[in-house]
Design a protein around this ligand. Structure first.
Ligand SMILES: NC(=O)c1ccc[n+]([C@@H]2O[C@H](COP(=O)([O-])OP(=O)(O)OC[C@H]3O[C@@H](n4cnc5c(N)ncnc54)[C@H](O)[C@@H]3O)[C@@H](O)[C@H]2O)c1
Ligand SMILES: C[C@H]1O[C@H](OP(=O)(O)OP(=O)(O)OC[C@H]2O[C@@H](n3ccc(=O)[nH]c3=O)[C@H](O)[C@@H]2O)[C@H](O)[C@@H](O)C1=O
Length: 346
């Protein structure tokens, strides 16, 4: 079994590589990454694996192209799964340079997709052994109001340049699923994913990074206060990265076992939390653990700033399909956050 993990040096991708190397002792992993700002934060992972004979790393910008070389470590009769994580993932950055997101995310995915298509074209044996899993996002649906939820068949209404590139990728993949019968493709749309090693630009990782600057008197410098967009009333659902990577592999295994490819899966949790409540709860947990302080005031830790150009109010996925595979998250939000807060206590 050979897994090609694109974006494998990034936050989720590196947990995916770890999971594969731990859970599948006979599998081979090819990690392909261009090493962005987000990965320099995780370079120790690459160092940890580099001596492992069944692991190899290819530094490549997949937006520039992808050809047969991405399969160079794969043996002929091997089962090969491409797990495509490679993308620019930060909504706030996508407002600054939307065209970069378009080129990077769509070209990288379609270059990998074309490499996969050409790899199996005219090779019936490879058509039975190769498959591709694309990691998409709940943001492709756009926001859900109040009690609405979206299923995998819901229409796509992305509201920001990042999520538009992800929706575009999903639509391109759908066109290949329909047009090329020999491709075995799955698409996964996930809630927010959090956990160890996330670059400190996302709300949870940014809050944790800020708390590292609380001094011994419990004071957080003004410059480190967490910037809350708008009123902080937007809500998100948070899935622990270890639960997410387990879902990715479950979906891949199930597709191989049942030959049910061309499927989309929503993956996430039902719990939702407002942004300002999330930051408050993380800061409260930190102050209680470090200083045994029971009460904190919000203004000591946050500052309210201009909202995003458009901030989706909430995402609410219908999770019946992934639950029908027997998957459920094992790490509660309290456990996951507590592990992260404990890790930054001096
Ligand atoms: N983080 C989340 O909450 C979340 C939720 C749903 C879906 N996703 C998706 O999961 C995937 C991984 O997200 P993440 O949070 O780990 O992001 P990340 O920024 O930590 O990692 C992305 C990785 O992809 C690499 N990459 C980007 N463009 C590339 C290219 N052209 N060629 C080669 N490598 C490239 C980067 O160098 C980086 O290592 C993305 O596709 C993202 O859309 C993330
Ligand atoms: C599913 C997607 O999750 C992530 O995207 P999202 O924008 O929801 O994550 P963020 O952590 O950037 O933002 C969450 C939430 O917090 C607000 N916020 C963020 C940073 C900050 O400094 N202050 C804030 O108030 C923001 O406006 C949001 O409402 C993931 O990045 C993406 O890849 C996904 O696919």
């Amino acid at each position: 079994m050979h897994f090609i993990v694109t974006g494998g040096a990034g936050f989720i991708g590196s947990h995916m590589v770890c999971y594969l190397l731990d859970e599948y002792p006979h599998c081979h992993v090819t990690c392909i990454d261009r090493l962005s700002y987000a990965t320099k934060y995780l370079s120790k992972n690459l160092a940890m694996w580099c001596d492992l004979p069944r692991y190899n790393f290819k530094e490549m910008d997949l937006a520039d192209g992808a050809d047969e070389t991405i399969f160079s470590e794969c043996k002929d009769e091997e089962d090969v799964t491409i797990l495509h994580f490679a993308a620019e993932s930060c909504v706030d950055r996508s407002y600054i340079d939307p065209l970069f997101f378009t080129r990077n995310n769509i070209f990288a995915m379609q270059n990998v997709l074309e490499a996969y298509r050409k790899r199996v074209e005219g090779h019936p044996d490879r058509q039975k052994t190769h498959c591709m899993v694309h990691i998409s996002t709940d943001e492709v649906y756009g926001e859900q109001k109040h009690t609405d939820t979206v299923t995998e068949d819901s229409l796509l209404f992305p509201s920001n340049p990042y999520s538009a590139t992800k929706a575009a990728c999903d639509l391109i993949l759908h066109s290949y699923i329909k047009s090329f019968n020999d491709l075995r493709i799955s698409i996964i749309r996930s809630n927010n994913v959090y956990g160890p090693g996330q670059y400190p630009e996302k709300l949870i990782s940014k809050t944790l990074e800020a708390l590292k600057h609380v001094d011994r008197d419990g004071f957080l410098p003004e410059s480190w206060k967490v910037p809350i967009h708008g009123t902080g009333d937007c809500q998100r659902s948070y899935l622990h990265v270890r639960d997410f990577v387990a879902a990715v592999i479950l979906i891949e295994r199930n597709a191989r076992d049942t030959e049910a490819f061309g499927q989309i899966f929503n993956v996430g949790v039902k719990e939702e939390i407002k942004n300002r409540d999330l930051v408050y709860s993380i800061c409260s947990m930190y102050m209680k653990l470090r200083f045994e302080k029971e009460q904190i005031s919000e203004q000591e830790f946050v500052t309210f700033v201009k909202d995003r150009c458009y901030n989706d109010a909430r995402y609410s996925l219908d999770l019946e399909k992934i639950h029908s595979l027997g998957w459920a998250p094992r790490i509660t939000f309290e456990e996951g956050i507590s592990e992260l807060v404990q890790s930054i206590i001096p």
